[in-house]
Design a protein around this ligand. Structure first.
Ligand code: UFG
Length: 329
């Protein structure tokens, strides 16, 4: 029996595939390569270049392979872009989930692990954020992830497909052997953007605001290493395999790092000085986002292994140094 990884050629999806293979699981990947890269998926893994909205393609994949469970990453994931193209986000993310679930029902696949986001909470009323806290997305991206969770809830009720939804906060780092890593175009995430400075691709990092109500005035986020994140998905799958009920978990380290602390850690990891300039606040950025992750620890037995930020950034640096243009030729 194999695990179908939807979006397995993307940043988090490809680290998931790598982790599953290393843990002896059989894996099948579907990805439309709109933001993912074929090279990110190991040669020995069965790969379908197809879209999750394509029911005919999914029907074929489920018929040709013995699929036990699905891990679903295939979605658009940029907050700013989602404000510009809300319908594209609903179409790809929400309709994509609908087609996937329709095919899972048709083929009697009863387990799914879903890549959700801290964006479902919106501006938090308290920090650390707990899973039962109010969900009030502030952008179409977060709204689509919440709609996808709700779709799974009702499909579970009717058809018995159990799910685990994992709400990630900030993800960073690359595989420890440096063969896969983050490759987004254009890049909008803090760690790869910081590293563009020592790579000589950017003059200076623009800090989006230094007048937030935090110790050093810059925004605080909760960063988890991408391999730790992959480990959490396999724990979630084991939880479903053991017959447990559907549930939702935050994935974070419980530690917040400010933008300035991230820059300090990057300077240590690279051994190079990173030039910065202070710019305007980015609209929609909450001052502090930190996850309460004790539920994932208590119920799934998940604990991040990479807590030292310098080490997390060092894995990203190793990848970016060897692949300064990501997977692009
Ligand atoms: N930042 C800068 N300069 C940059 C880029 C980012 O100062 O050039 C700051 C941001 O203002 C923010 C922090 O670095 O304070 C992290 O920014 P990212 O864009 O890396 O990440 P976000 O916290 O904005 O977004 C993350 C995920 C999203 C998810 C969101 C949930 O990347 O997918 O958390 O709130 F939707």
């Amino acid at each position: 029996m194999a695990i179908l990884v939807c979006g397995g050629a993307g940043y988090i999806g490809s680290h998931m595939v790598d982790y599953l293979v290393k843990n002896g699981e059989q894996v099948v990947v579907i990805d439309n390569l709109c933001t993912g890269y074929r090279q990110a998926v190991p040669e020995g893994v069965k790969f379908y270049e197809a879209d999750v909205r394509d029911g005919v393609a999914l029907d074929k994949i489920f018929s040709q392979n013995e699929i036990e469970a699905v891990i679903h990453f295939a979605a658009f994931s940029l907050v700013g872009e989602s404000m510009e193209k809300p319908l594209a986000y609903f179409n790809n993310n929400v309709y994509g989930m609908q087609v996937l679930l329709e095919q899972m029902v048709a083929h009697k696949i009863d387990k799914i692990v879903f890549s959700s986001s801290a964006a479902v909470y919106g501006e938090p009323k308290r920090v650390p954020i707990e899973e039962d806290d109010e969900t009030l997305p502030q952008n179409p991206y977060g709204e689509t992830k919440l709609a996808m969770e709700k779709m799974m809830k009702w499909v579970n009720k009717k058809y018995g497909i159990r799910y685990v939804s994992l709400r990630y906060f900030n993800v960073a780092g690359a595989s420890l052997d440096g063969h896969i890593g983050e490759s987004h175009f254009p890049e909008s995430h803090l760690v790869p953007i910081i590293l563009q400075v020592p790579l000589g691709q950017r003059e200076a990092l623009t800090i989006y605001g230094n007048d937030y109500p935090t110790a050093d005035g810059t925004c605080i986020r909760d960063y988890v290493h991408v391999v730790d994140l992959a480990a959490a998905h396999l724990k979630a799958l084991s939880y479903l395999r053991a017959g447990n009920k559907s549930d939702i978990f935050n994935l974070g380290s419980g530690n917040g790092y400010s933008v300035r602390q991230m820059i300090d850690a990057a300077e240590k990891a690279t051994g190079l000085k990173i030039k910065t300039v202070v710019g305007e606040r980015r609209p929609g950025d909450p001052a502090r986002l930190v996850a309460a992750s004790d539920k994932a620890s208590r119920v799934l037995g998940w604990q991040p292994q990479y807590e030292d930020m310098e080490k997390i950034i060092a894995t990203a640096w190793q990848w970016h140094k060897k692949h300064p243009h990501g997977f692009r030729k």
